[in-house]
Design a protein around this ligand. Structure first.
Ligand SMILES: NC(=O)C1=CN([C@@H]2O[C@H](COP(=O)(O)OP(=O)(O)OC[C@H]3O[C@@H](n4cnc5c(N)ncnc54)[C@H](OP(=O)(O)O)[C@@H]3O)[C@@H](O)[C@H]2O)C=CC1
Ligand SMILES: O=C(O)C1=N[C@H](C(=O)O)C[C@H](O)C1
Length: 249
């Protein structure tokens, strides 16, 4: 496939490496420097775009791809408040978008088990649940998109929590969660690629369910595999739909 990279930072450069390894070509690289000069004609000849840019850039990049009828894989996080509008624009216009807060196999397995665990824990009201995420200090959004997906998975499967709230430790005044609120605690530490933990705590014990990314490789390879999976499809997809847990993906 001919790929347009929207964003050429830590993720964009790694995605390029995996894309070339898997026999794809990079048709165009877009970053903050040249974004203003890029229009629909520049995307002609691309088969797919992959966006790992910035929270405030993603929606305009998606609209550009819609205008060009170019399928887009979106890994950028921090724009999900506009998800419903984007989904409508995508489906009304017969366009193609796949998005995901996390493209790694490990985290997608984690998402799946997290929902099952929440359902299992639901009757045991002596346990309170909390989510923690740790990322590098350059991260612009909090909580992480992955932590939001985890929190939504818990809320869907737990009677006692109906919404999440976020504390960014050391950055903002900390809110005290009410009983119905699921606390998502964010920590920013040097070069951490991404660590997510779900904790169920009672007076007598604690269950910790944890995923630790050792590098960004799993995210980047997953984004290229997602672009391959999207090839030939039309419509609006989440990365979770790519996983059927039979070992093929
Ligand atoms: N879904 C997933 O699995 C993962 C998602 N992410 C998300 O991906 C995003 C990018 O992460 P990361 O690579 O670490 O960030 P970086 O800050 O390293 O890179 C961001 C890149 O986006 C470029 N950029 C800025 N504005 C625009 C624009 N308008 N159009 C296109 N490119 C633009 C920057 O350009 P310049 O260098 O010129 O400023 C830079 O090249 C984040 O939102 C992060 O949360 C990260 C890892 C995994
Ligand atoms: O910004 C990052 O680095 C990451 N962002 C994603 C998120 O917000 O969940 C995925 C991963 O954890 C790394």
């Amino acid at each position: 496939m001919n790929i347009t990279l929207l964003g050429y930072g830590k993720m964009g450069q790694l995605i390029e490496k995996f894309a070339l390894q898997r026999g794809h070509q990079i048709h165009l690289v877009v970053d903050e420097q040249n974004r203003e000069t890029i229009g629909v004609p520049d995307l002609a000849g691309s088969d797919v775009a992959i966006d790992f840019s910035r929270p405030e850039a993603a929606v305009a990049n998606i609209d550009l791809c819609f205008e060009a009828s170019l399928p887009i894989v979106v890994g950028t996080t921090g724009w999900y408040d506009q998800l419903d509008e984007l989904k409508k624009r995508c489906l009304d216009g017969n366009k193609t978008l796949l998005y995901g807060s996390n493209f790694s196999i490990g985290v997608n397995v984690f998402f799946h088990i997290n929902k099952l665990l929440a359902a299992v824990m639901n009757p045991y009201k002596q346990y309170d649940v909390q989510v923690e995420e740790i990322h590098h200090t350059q991260k612009l959004d909090a909580p992480s998109g992955t932590a939001i997906t985890i929190a939504e998975g818990i809320i869907e499967n737990t009677d006692s929590k109906t919404e999440w709230i976020n504390n960014l430790i050391g950055e903002r005044e900390e809110a005290i969660p009410k009983a119905h609120q699921l606390l998502v605690e964010s920590h920013r530490i040097d070069d951490v690629p991404g660590t997510h933990t779900v904790l169920y705590s009672s007076e007598v014990d604690q269950i910790e369910f944890k995923h630790t990314a050792h590098s960004r490789a799993g995210f980047a390879l997953g984004a290229v595999v997602a672009a391959e999976w999207l090839n030939g499809k039309t419509g609006f997809y989440q990365v979770t739909e790519m996983f059927n847990f039979d070992g093929r993906i």
